[in-house]
Design a protein around this ligand. Sequence first.
Ligand code: IPM
Ligand code: MN
Length: 355
Amino acid sequence: MDAKIVLLPGDGIGPEVVAEAVRVLEAVAAKFGHKFAFTSCPMGGNAIDTHGNPLPDETLAACRKADAVLLGAVGGPKWDDPAAKTRPEVGLLKIRKELGLFANLRPIKPSAHLLDASPLKREILEGTDILFFRELTGGVYFGESGRKPHPSGEEAWSVMIYSTGEIERIVRLAATAARGRRGKLTMVDKANVLEVSRLWRSVTARVMKEEFPDIKYDTVLVDAMAMHLLSRPRDFDVVVTENLFGDILTDEGSMLTGSMGLLPSASLGEPGPGLYEPIHGSAPDIAGKGIANPLATILAAAMLLRHSLKLEQEATTIETAVETVLQQGARTADIAAGKPSIATRAMGDLVLRQL
Ligand code: IPM
Ligand code: MN
């Protein structure tokens, strides 16, 4: 297979972890006889510095033409000034919207070899395997917002808004994924308070009843979900939720695996390229030191092969290599629990050796 992959290394540790994922993709291409052409484009804070725009038009155009996009991370203290004209995160939200990536898949499956890296007890974690579907192009992230004067100073609003169609399409994707797994879907909302959640509830109930009667379906309030994720994570299979709730719950969920440095994500949607990235940020505190964990990005590359290129065997090969390396005891600093750790590059080398 010939595939065009656009790289958006981004800021902070982004370039370091993307470099390792590219080495892994190149090794997979050689092993299975594929040809991957990589093009690297500016995005995030670095693009603000060079182009005055976190998502330059040329970058977006290159992404549209690609088969898939692999992103490192964006942002950092340099671009954090609240008075700044634009921010790195604006580029991320824009690329999601422009490419129509309404479904963000975040698998949370603690490695059997890392159960002690999590702050949670092994007995609670064992057997956990959750696939989050976070809605990514709607809700409060994209609703109307503004400010106006108020006797006490100002008031501000950010509207959480969803349409029937936006809910249906992600629920269908999530329920279809549940069919290929343990056949269970949980929808998380705040229907005891929010009107928008009551729309999620009625639309989801209808889609599930009419189109997915074979899937076991339940709903959980988001505050309760924050608790259940820590007390009974094993009980969940596929979880679908709106944008902001999904953002928060998946950061919480990452702690089940021990480190944000292990979690990949895939953003999919309308026909066209998918966007793959680690869920961690740019980690400015360790950027440039060569100690970041590249495994989340390497696992994101595996998701890219699976979802955008339909190369299931190649994806599994990478995932198995990562498991083996962890089983053999290789640890970057974030998962070393104070014990000796290895560098980003060395972790990449170990994965390559397995391939
Ligand atoms: C994420 C991030 C982004 C989000 C930020 C950087 C805008 O936290 O991908 O989860 O909130 O979606
Ligand atoms: Mn987040």
